[in-house]
Design a protein around this ligand. Sequence first.
Ligand SMILES: [Mn+2]
Length: 443
Amino acid sequence: MKARFLHCADIHLGNRQYNHDARYWDFSRAYRAVVDTALAERVDFVVLAGDLFHHRSVDPRTLGHAVGGLRRLRNAGIPVLAIEGNHERAYHSDQIGWMHFLADQDLLILLNAEVEGDAATAVLRPWDAQRRRGAYYEPKPGLRVYGLRYYGAGTSIAVERCAAALAAADRADVAYTIFTAHAGVEGVLDDKAGGLSPRQWAPLQPYVDYLALGHFHKPFALDNWIYNPGSTEACASNEAPWEPRGYFIVTVDSAAPRSEGEPKHSTRLGSNPKRAFRHLSFKLDQVTDPADLMARLTTFLERKAADLRAELGDYAGDERRRPVVELWLTGTLPFDRSALDIRAVEDRLGATLQPLIGAVKDFTQAAAYAVETDESLTRGQLERQVLSGLLSRDARYAEQSDAWAGLAIELKQLALRGTPPAELAEQLATLMAQIEVQPPNSA
Ligand SMILES: [Mn+2]
């Protein structure tokens, strides 16, 4: 038995990332590219391992995009064998989701093993073309594809029950078995909890030649039987460097001579075209004050802009080629957060790199603001000590923190005495002038 198929997952149609139209279209374009590939490669079928859609409630335009791609495959005689991912699960188990709707339109075959209830064994029914329900389908004689929808925390038990059912099933005529599920493998992603351990997947291994996974957006292949193609567009900035990523093209030859432990297939991880996407990280630890921040940031961004133009060419005039740039501010913020002008940082990012989208994320830590106090002090002395302590942690006021504390207290007392605002402002100007003419550390 020979066959050829495309395995993809996590297309996330309808993801209007950063609330930007261009990003909405990027996700649809990535999907179209994968459909184009399936057609060009003349595969026998497509395995879609969950998360075709980004949202449970799909808008008409996004549904149109999904239907358009599925129709092209159907017209070419290429069935799509799919499962429900976590993003497209129906709201209630008794309602049908959009994936069921597509199955009812004969645009895809939506597989799911019955694992509910107390039975230790799943019920694996063949696809019923009338009811449009079933756990497995044979796109070619001798090639069987089983599917299990997203089960979250219940995945491990669901997999055990499927393995028990497969052990009991009559598989005499089955030369090659694919099992598709929307779940990851523990340890593949550092920061992503979840996923089954290789040991929890292992019960399936005696019966499954190709475990087609989705859910983790990072591509991986393990032990010649577990495969995950990764997302077709970056749903988060950390996904961008995971290249190649997008789909596997799998060629099966069940009868070819092979040595012990060698798989019945060969695989190629392909990469669909994607929007350029860069994640930059700027650490604030060297920064002294807001002006210094902007100066250092500008130097940093100019260097990155040169790198980006060397890599992508002159993209500024071509919206298709302009990258998404996410800038993360990290490290310790050496001044009060209210003085961190995110809009100014965004503007500088936009002017320097001319990205399609320039998003700034503030992950800075505030300097420690706990102040030690001496309980023998009077209320007035205590107030001055706390203020001075706080101001000494802000790089802009640290050198003359006592003088600034004195200024604040004086101003407060003037305000308490009912001094008119204009006079307060005048006093403030005078007091500030006094501080600024003094040399550092003389206060
Ligand atoms: Mn996903």
